[in-house]
Design a protein around this ligand. Structure first.
Ligand SMILES: [Zn+2]
Length: 414
């Protein structure tokens, strides 16, 4: 009962704050939230009790001070033990007392661990429903959510009107297809690589939402054609619910819920990353936490009228910016454009920087001459940026499992 009340009140509050985003009052809700949050932080987190200034957190420093940052006295050691047990034995729920342990297996093997309590999850759920449902929660709506396994936070949105089914990625595709077609959801939330697979399935969703991977302009166009509708986006990570598409299909940061401090990577091209402070997260506070994503701010105000930052695209991770021998930065989007523009017959690609002077390109194509076209296109790009041209190596494309996060452009060295 308490849970439903929390979800509903969070839903209502988010509807109101989202409506306010169109007015000069747009940033009042987050100011009020922070006003109550900072005294709480000082009173309950041993780490913040003695600090004058709030330091910038990276994933590394955040994990290092885990024991003192959280407000419930849980040690990293205990939390890791619980996460491990859950991974081996999913029937053992990842709880310490009434605190849930959330974890994600990082790409480089470093596990991210966070603590949350059920009321925080209810607040999160209410906010997500308010930002994403095409109709109010008084209408019956069925949601299908495709995610990698172990995303425990998402498991429990269910009420009489809102039905919610979770489809773990990586299970037998034919079975997923049968189950999804039988369910026939109103809303589908999935990574773009999965949305592409299901675009020929017999479903008629009213809303299609991409999440968890970079949605490239090419994939967006393809998906909009096959689903015959706008593709929406949700920007969500274990650190928080950070953004959602408006009715125009444009992504806005949730500046009513989370404080974003912009850190420019390249102001001329409007690329930035963000430090986030999320006053909703009180068990394991997220304060000035540096996210690793490259966001690109759109020019002007979105036609929907929202004053919240309009993000034209999320381009990838800062770790995936290529650095050439002379220090020139090459953004993932530069590489993407060069490859995609080279030939229309390229079905899939992966570009990996292996060393400052070595780039590996994997192409999936039926046209052997695409290799030469991509080589020329990339050479043009590097010539336009710098005097030092890296060595380009080509190989065939190896398919990756559906369960792994698709990263077409990545850097493999520090
Ligand atoms: Zn908008």
């Amino acid at each position: 009962m308490k849970r439903k009340f929390l979800i509903f009140s969070s839903y209502l509050v988010t509807l109101i704050t989202t409506a306010l985003s169109h007015t000069p009052m747009a940033f009042v809700p987050i100011r009020i939230r922070l006003y109550f949050f900072f005294p709480f932080l000082r009173a309950h987190s041993p780490f913040y009790q003695t600090l004058e200034d709030l330091p910038v957190m990276t994933k590394m420093t955040w994990m290092k001070d885990f024991d003192r940052i959280n407000t419930v006295g849980v040690s990293l050691r205990d939390a890791e033990a619980v996460a491990l047990t859950f991974e081996r034995e999913p029937s053992m729920l990842p709880f310490i007392g009434n605190t849930t342990v959330l974890f994600s297996t990082g790409t480089s093997g470093n596990r991210g661990i966070q603590l949350t309590r059920s009321h925080e999850q209810s607040v999160w759920t209410g906010a997500v429903l308010a930002k994403l449902l095409p109709r109010s929660i008084f209408h019956s709506q069925k949601i299908a959510l495709f995610l990698r396994a172990n995303s425990q936070i998402y498991e429990t949105i269910n009420s009489t009107k809102i039905r919610f089914e979770y489809f773990p990625l990586g299970l037998d595709l034919q079975k997923q297809k049968e189950r999804l077609e039988a369910y026939n959801p109103d809303i589908v939330v999935a990574p773009p690589s999965m949305l592409k697979l299901m675009s020929s399935w017999r479903i008629q969703p009213q809303k299609v939402i991409s999440c968890a991977e970079v949605l490239s302009p090419e994939d967006r166009q393809l998906l909009e054609q096959s689903f015959q509708q706008k593709i929406h986006e949700i920007y969500q990570c274990t650190e928080g619910f950070l953004g959602a598409s408006c009715e125009e299909g444009n992504l806005h940061l949730n500046e009513d819920m989370v404080r974003f401090e912009k850190v420019w990577i390249d102001e001329a091209s409007r690329r930035f990353n963000v430090l986030i402070t999320d006053p909703q997260r009180r068990t394991q506070p997220v304060v000035r936490y540096s996210l690793n994503d490259i966001l690109v701010e759109a020019k002007g105000r979105c036609p929907c009228g929202s004053r919240f930052t309009w993000v034209e695209r999320i381009e990838g991770r800062c770790d995936d910016i290529f650095y050439l021998v002379d220090g020139t930065m090459v953004f993932p989007d530069h590489i993407r454009r060069a490859v995609v523009a080279a030939s229309a017959t390229i079905e899939e690609y992966r570009v990996t920087q292996k060393a400052a002077d070595l780039i590996l390109i994997q192409l999936k194509t039926s046209e052997p001459r695409d290799v030469e076209l991509v080589r020329l296109s990339l050479l043009d790009l590097f010539k336009s940026l710098t005097g030092t041209i890296p060595h380009l190596e080509f190989s065939s494309y190896d398919e990756e499992p559906v369960t792994s996060k698709k990263r077409r452009i990545k850097r493999d060295f520090l």
